[in-house]
Write a protein that binds this ligand. Structure first.
Ligand code: PHE
Length: 344
């Protein structure tokens, strides 16, 4: 029996040593050590041994089992290591490869200019107010001191939807809406960005739809010098610290006195160039002291409060600032145009 066990050991060790895959290893484990395995088979015969022989053979059998188990464990560990190695190899990531870049959008130049202007005025304590694009005749004209048949209505050729409703021609109706909502409470300090609509034939400098930003301040003792100082500060932040302003008398029905405001040409510094048509100045906005009739219709006593207002075209400012020579670029979604403003 002892010889049988020794022979079994020699055979098993030889076979196990040659094994080189986990499946075959497992098959051999079953073949030798399984319930119906060869070692178990031999041990079953121990019942017929004498009491002296039994412990001797038992010891040999244990040795044989120990030897076979040891080599199986060794092989299992080896296979495990090999598998881990293969997985590491297969799943290797080259962290030095360039990444896949995601397409990145940019902010449209008009939105950018609106945000810039808003930031400047918010920094001066203004709040942003908005109003509807479809307006009543009352808010767009009448409450702004432009009664029906007033000749100044011709300055803003309008798209009427009904006798009483139109696409707003200016952001000034937001002034009236804000004043009425405030119930005569002062101070008022707002800017109102938004789309406006006029019956213009589209060309390089005109569009039937464009954007304005309106400003309105009402309070105790608000004077023309406050308007001037505010606009001076605004243009310095918007166009550079060397920029100056010039006020020219003008007319708007809702302001008295009214002015047209020019900035010194930020391209040539006022010397004269193509941008400023050799005048040294660029016209950028309309402004004035709020007309007493407008204050009254907005619910403010003109004897108690005064105010100033201004309005500017966003496209015009963007065109001047970025050297854009055709307003239609803003609306045609030409990627080549829009992309130039990425990351500015
Ligand atoms: N609403 C005027 C326009 O569209 C601009 C303006 C606003 C002028 C406020 C004076 C005061 O022409």
């Amino acid at each position: 029996m002892k010889e049988k066990l020794e022979a079994l050991k020699v055979e098993a060790v030889a076979k196990l040593q040659e094994v080189n895959d986990p499946q075959a290893l497992n098959d051999l484990r079953v073949k030798y050590l399984g319930k119906k395995g060869e070692l178990t088979e031999v041990l079953r015969g121990m019942g017929g041994l004498s009491a002296e022989e039994r412990p001797v053979i038992g010891q040999v059998a244990n040795e044989v089992r120990g030897a076979i188990e040891a080599i199986i464990t060794e092989k299992q560990e080896l296979f495990q290591q090999q598998e881990t190695q293969q997985r590491l190899q297969a799943e290797k990531v080259d962290v030095t490869l360039p990444g896949r870049s995601l397409p990145q959008g940019g902010i449209h130049p008009l939105s950018r200019v609106v945000q810039e202007i808003e930031d400047i005025f918010i920094g001066m304590g203004y709040q942003v107010a908005e109003g509807p694009e479809v307006e009543t005749d009352y808010f767009n004209f009448e409450a702004l001191n432009l009664p029906k048949n007033h000749p100044a209505r011709d300055m803003q050729d309008s798209f009427y939807l009904t006798d009483d409703l139109l696409m707003r021609t200016q952001t000034s109706p937001v002034q009236v809406r804000t004043m009425q909502a405030k119930n005569g409470e002062a101070p008022v300090k707002i800017i109102c960005p938004g789309k406006v609509f006029r019956r213009d034939d589209d060309d390089a400098t005109h569009s039937f739809q464009f954007h304005q930003i309106e400003g309105l301040v009402i309070g105790d003792n608000i004077r023309m010098s406050d308007l001037k100082g505010t606009l001076q500060q605004f243009v310095k932040e918007m166009f550079g610290p060397a920029t100056g302003i010039r006020l020219r008398p003008s007319f708007f029905p809702f302001t008295e006195p009214s002015v047209e405001v020019d900035v010194s040409c930020f391209k040539c510094g006022g010397e004269g160039c193509r941008l400023c048509k050799h005048t040294g100045w660029l016209e950028i906005l309309g402004a004035g002291m709020v007309h007493p009739n407008v204050l009254r219709m907005g619910g403010y006593d003109p004897e108690k409060y005064t105010g100033f207002a201004f309005g500017m075209g966003v496209e015009r400012i963007a065109m001047l600032k970025y050297g854009i020579d055709d307003i239609r670029y803003f609306y045609t979604n030409d990627m080549g145009f829009v992309k130039q403003f990425k990351g500015i």
